[in-house]
Design a protein around this ligand. Structure first.
Ligand code: ASP
Ligand code: MG
Length: 451
């Protein structure tokens, strides 16, 4: 059995959904369980409608709902036509869309939203997409069955970011999904959404469909989990930045995790932890290229000195200097508490006896952070910096690679340099405008110059 997850662009319209059906057909012998996102952009629209309604802008909210109705019913008509047997799907979709309109009205009367009502709204995207994909698969001659994810993906009641309950999910998956697969059917479920034990609708947080796929895969002890998306897989560098970037066919989970905070996110590694920790490989494939190689992520891929080069700009360095304070126990803790208090996450940290440098990507609360840090010593702020990470599981022990990486910096000014505790991530902080050329030099050094 395999789990195949299709993201929003893979089910964005009738054409994409038909392509997805063909991709599933190609895997029928492997016992696919299909997980789908909402049609691309739908979740954003639903959340916008909730906000509009709560802010008293009912007209805008209803018009958002009507646009969603139009888009979904158009796709339904294209997929299954308007004949009598198309009636069931159109009716199912209309029920959800009507419920959505009612929710919007209720929120506008209340004048505010709760996390629970936001989840009720946000979940509708997947409640709409999964029956549609089921019908499209049936049209393609596949014995597909819609299964309501809310009765399988059992969570607690932390609306907006509900915590899955793996044992309950495993039991429910054995009850509701496994028998279908054993009978040669293809279950189709919405990602991202779940339900409490009491049957109240929850969501796993934005982008949660990958997490759903991983949870279902773990619950069913799947052979593999396939994430079908709109890129070929993970690359040795961002091809918009570096020439000659190439596909990584096999990457270790810990390497993928190190790369996750950089640039275009293919998927968030946290979301595939349930699968990877059970030894289930996770693949990334491009829906537009069903025969592509894709990227395989496993816990134990071969260890390379360098697997990928990642970079980003817009980094701010905050430096705190205090001879008096930094030698004393607990000084770093106090500094980090300031960042925590102002909900600012710290990225790279380097220290000496008398100073600490920290980088942040998000400077929204920086003024407040700086004001509080002044209690500890001199504070200075460098804007216009960028970060490059050289990532490879065996980098730390590979002295030549390390020398090559540092050598590639050349005469560019280096502001911070750090190697993490396992030697997998060498991070350098440079001027933002040096990021691109240094990334290219690093990439050329480790992966050969572009032809
Ligand atoms: N539809 C949800 C979102 O946009 C979940 C997902 O696509 O993974 O956040
Ligand atoms: Mg997504």
């Amino acid at each position: 059995m395999i789990v195949m997850k299709f993201g929003g662009t893979s089910v964005g319209d009738a054409t994409a959904i038909r392509r997805t059906a063909e991709t599933v057909r190609g895997r029928l012998s492997r016992g696919p369980v299909v997980i789908v996102s909402a049609l691309s952009g739908t979740t954003n629209a639903l959340l916008a409608a909730a906000e509009q309604a709560a802010a008293g802008n009912l007209v805008a909210a209803i018009s958002t709902v009507e646009q969603l109705r139009e888009r979904h019913l158009t796709a339904v008509a294209e997929l299954v036509g308007t004949g009598p047997d198309a009636h069931d799907l159109a009716a199912t979709e209309s029920v959800h869309l009507d419920e959505l309109a009612q929710l919007v009205e209720a929120l506008s009367v209340l004048g505010h939203v709760t996390p629970r009502s936001i989840d009720a709204m946000a979940s509708i995207g997947e409640q709409l997409s999964a029956p549609m994909v089921t019908a499209a698969l049936q049209r393609a001659g596949i014995d597909a069955v819609f299964v309501d994810a809310r009765k399988v993906l059992i969570t607690d009641a932390q609306f907006g970011r509900a915590e899955p309950q793996p044992e309950r999910i495993a039991a429910a998956a054995r009850e509701h999904i496994l028998p279908l697969v054993l009978a040669g059917k293809v279950p189709v479920l919405g990602g991202y959404i779940g339900g409490t034990n009491e049957g109240v609708t929850t969501t796993l947080g934005r982008g949660g469909s990958d997490y759903s796929a991983s949870l279902f895969g773990a619950a069913l002890d799947a052979e593999a989990i396939e994430i079908w998306t709109d890129v070929d897989g993970m690359l040795t560098a961002d091809p918009r930045v570096v020439q000659g970037a190439r596909l990584i066919e096999h990457i270790r989970f810990d390497e993928a995790a190190e790369l996750s905070s950089f640039g275009a996110k293919v998927l968030h590694p946290n979301t595939i932890t349930p699968a990877v920790s059970r030894g289930i490989p996770v693949f990334i494939f491009n829906s537009m290229r069903p025969n592509g190689t894709g990227t395989r992520i496993t816990a134990d891929a071969p260890r390379h000195a360098v697997r990928a080069i990642a970079g980003k700009g817009n980094t701010v360095i905050v430096k705190v200097r205090s001879a008096r304070m930094l030698g004393t126990p607990g000084a770093l803790k106090q500094i980090f508490e300031v960042f925590a208090r102002h909900r600012t996450s710290v990225d790279v940290v380097t220290t000496s006896e008398v100073s600490v440098s920290l980088t942040v990507d998000d400077d929204q609360y920086l003024d407040a952070v700086i004001a509080d840090l002044r209690a500890f010593g001199d504070v200075s702020v460098d804007r216009g910096r960028g970060i490059i990470a050289v990532v490879g599981a065996a980098l730390g022990e590979h002295t030549e690679a390390m020398a090559k990486a540092v050598g590639a910096i050349g005469s560019v000014r280096l502001h911070m340099l750090s190697l993490d505790s396992t030697g997998i991530n060498l991070t350098m902080v440079l001027d933002a405008d040096a990021v691109q050329p240094v990334m290219q030099r690093l990439h050329d050094a480790f992966f050969g110059a572009a032809a």
